[in-house]
Design a protein around this ligand. Structure first.
Ligand SMILES: [Zn+2]
Length: 311
């Protein structure tokens, strides 16, 4: 048995497979991404806690002699075990290496792939039908989100994509849909562009805000960032049914029909979810980068086809 193998055995360190599984679960908890980790860093301790590792197990040091250089190298056994787990998950394509992720996120991170995401759901006994609900990042989805965010903005844009085929169940189309959702949620920092609400589930992984298509998917709206807006569920609904729309200067418009309704409509305690935007000109909250703003052509389409101006 090797010196390292003997040490792993004496210290009763967790088995490789268990460490790999723990790492996949930790990646899921951290929205699909973990920064490249050195010994003693938070994530290294977090996974050690999960295994209830003793102080001796956490701090055991492996000494290797480099004969050629006559140098002694010391490395922490637990960190080494965890790095090796990351390495073998990358080898089988369940996560991407920091050098690869760097090209997409600009940061040295380990990131789940789509298969890694599936595997982590399986380990956590979450049905795969729930996958769409999570804003967990995966390499493939982030790649699409990056393309959507970095696409060059056209002067004129036809808001409707006549060539678009709506195939709901295809894997490619759901990955694309998640890429669009990530791009839009990130551009608006996960907050409603109207009211600014930014709630998420107690486990951090489910955001309440939704990435809405301004020209809806069902009307062949494109998955372009300038056809997207992040809205809380109430404002998403109000925007889709035509209570709310947007001027070209991004001021929120309220359907004139609102004046015919009782004052309790749209009320939540003392605040008013819809009428609040009719009293004063309120501009929607815009992304930091003006390339990501909604396009005038999609706003015009929404005013013409969705906004309710009738009696
Ligand atoms: Zn809202």
């Amino acid at each position: 048995m090797s010196y390292e193998g003997a040490m792993l055995k004496t210290l009763e360190m967790p088995a490789c497979l268990k460490v790999e599984q723990a790492l996949l679960k930790a990646l899921f908890r951290h929205e699909g991404v973990i920064e490249e980790f050195g010994a003693g860093e938070h994530i290294v301790e977090e996974i050690a806690d999960e295994f209830n590792l003793s102080q001796a197990q956490r701090t055991a040091v492996l000494e290797t002699i480099y004969r050629k250089e006559n140098r002694l190298k010391k490395s922490q056994l637990w960190h080494r075990l965890l790095s090796r787990a990351a390495d073998s998950l990358a080898k089988v394509g369940l996560i991407t290496r920091p050098t690869e992720t760097l090209k997409i996120t600009g940061k040295r991170e380990w990131m789940l792939t789509e298969s890694g995401f599936d595997q982590s759901l399986q380990l956590l006994k979450i049905p795969s039908t729930q996958k769409e609900k999570f804003s967990t990042k995966s390499f493939e989805v982030q790649k699409i989100a990056k393309q959507i965010i970095e696409a060059s903005r056209p002067e004129k844009s036809n808001p409707v994509d006549a060539s678009k085929k709506i195939i709901k169940k295809l894997k490619e189309s759901t990955t694309r849909a998640r890429g669009f959702r990530q791009a839009v949620l990130q551009a608006y920092d996960f907050s409603c562009a109207f009211c600014g609400m930014k709630p998420h589930a107690p486990n951090d992984s489910l955001w309440e805000a939704e990435a809405a298509h301004i020209v809806p998917h069902s009307s062949l709206g494109r998955d372009d960032i300038w056809n997207g807006i992040t809205l809380c569920r109430t404002h998403h609904w109000a925007f889709d049914v035509g209570w709310l729309s947007l001027h070209d200067d991004f001021v929120i418009k309220v359907s004139p029909k609102i004046s015919s309704l009782g004052s309790l409509f749209g009320k939540m305690q003392d605040s008013d979810c819809i009428r609040i935007y009719s009293a004063n000109d309120v501009q929607m909250r815009l992304p930091l980068n003006d390339n990501l703003y909604p396009h005038q052509s999609v706003l015009a389409w929404h005013r013409e086809h969705v906004f309710f101006t009738g009696p």
